[in-house]
Design a protein around this ligand. Structure first.
Ligand code: ZN
Length: 337
């Protein structure tokens, strides 16, 4: 296969590493942020990665980059957030192919019947059967007012449109999706209690009961513990409440990361010294905090390869979407060249 030959050649000469970022291995009805990969596609990715034979634990890859010893094309697999499907679906597949992975876990939702705010918002706005005919929400710097008269009732067509919408690539196709996107942008920089307050307000406005979908929850304490004790897997820090760090004070950033590390440290025998910034958002304070807390490396969501020149607290990753085998292989080649 042409692709594999190319990758093999690159392996001989390359000095680049690829860090893959997954979030969910699941098939939810919508995939607005392109973070869900189907189990079948994930298994196809793993099969290809196994064949390439260059998957290494992330800590090894980071260590090599720091010491300017990257050779060939090492690839590492990472997961963000700590969704339940990481344990239930991804773990057994990774074990089947004996491939290492690092799980960056936000501990705020661990062992709790909670969804992440972005999932809850998506369900409320895009999929509520009915909504009021106007939306009017006041934020610190912005007022969001949108007329929903024509989309009060969710039609099968709008439902389908929302199921197929990819907000990373396409502009909002409906008034509801525009409302969702605007709310998402305004909620992202807020601290957790304020996000929850707004979600409560939005839920009351939508007249929707509070509900938690079991497949949108996070892992339990025992599951995180089990992951952390496996020789294949590492745990990494991803804060407690998943704030967009750069929008907050240095003291707040430090507290969020430190508490997360302490909680994870209790569940694993190994040291937590790798960090992934929620949403990939960081500033100089974040890098200083990462250094002060003794992290060996921290990862963004900037899509570049890691090289021997990469800065330890700005290591990049590629988000893997729900691609089939051929498309995934093409992307790998694109990234490496
Ligand atoms: Zn995250």
């Amino acid at each position: 296969m042409k692709t594999q030959v190319k990758l093999f050649l690159k392996k001989l000469v390359g000095r680049k590493a690829v860090v893959l970022m997954y979030h969910r291995i699941a098939e939810p009805k919508s995939n607005v942020w392109d973070i869900a990969v189907s189990p079948a596609h994930f298994e196809a990715h793993l099969r290809l990665l196994k064949k390439l034979g260059t998957v290494v634990p992330l800590r090894e890859l980071a260590e090599k980059a720091r010491n300017q010893q990257i050779k060939g094309i090492p690839i590492a697999i990472t997961f963000d957030d700590g969704y339940l499907d990481n344990y239930a679906v991804a773990k057994p597949l990774l074990e089947k192919y004996q491939l290492p992975a690092t799980f960056f876990v936000s501990t705020g939702n661990i062992d709790a019947q909670k969804e992440f705010w972005w999932d809850e918002l998506e369900e409320l706005i895009l999929f509520s059967e009915t909504l009021p005919s106007t939306a009017d929400f006041e934020f610190r710097n912005e007022r969001i007012a949108i007329d929903l008269t024509n989309e009060k009732t969710l039609t099968p067509e709008t439902f389908q449109t929302h199921c197929q919408w990819n907000a990373c690539l396409d502009a909002p196709p409906t008034q509801r999706s525009k409302l969702f996107f605007d709310l998402w942008q305004n909620l992202k920089p807020l601290p957790y209690p304020e996000q929850q307050e707004y979600l409560g307000l939005i839920r009351r406005w939508a007249n929707a009961p509070a509900k938690v979908r079991p497949d949108f929850t996070s892992m339990s304490i025992d599951q995180v513990k089990d992951l952390g004790s496996s020789p294949y897997f590492d745990l990494g820090a991803h804060t407690v409440s998943h704030p967009a760090l750069a929008f907050h004070s240095k003291a707040f950033q430090k507290q969020e990361i430190q508490e997360n590390v302490q909680q994870l440290q209790k569940l694993t025998q190994s040291k937590i010294d790798l960090l992934a910034y929620p949403y990939g958002i960081f500033n100089q304070d974040t890098e200083e905090v990462a250094k002060e807390l003794g992290f060996k490396a921290a990862f963004t969501t900037e899509e570049r390869t890691v090289t021997n020149q990469s800065l330890p607290y700005q290591m990049s990753r590629y988000q893997v979407a729900n691609w089939g085998k051929e498309e995934f292989a093409k992307k790998l080649v694109q990234w490496i060249y």
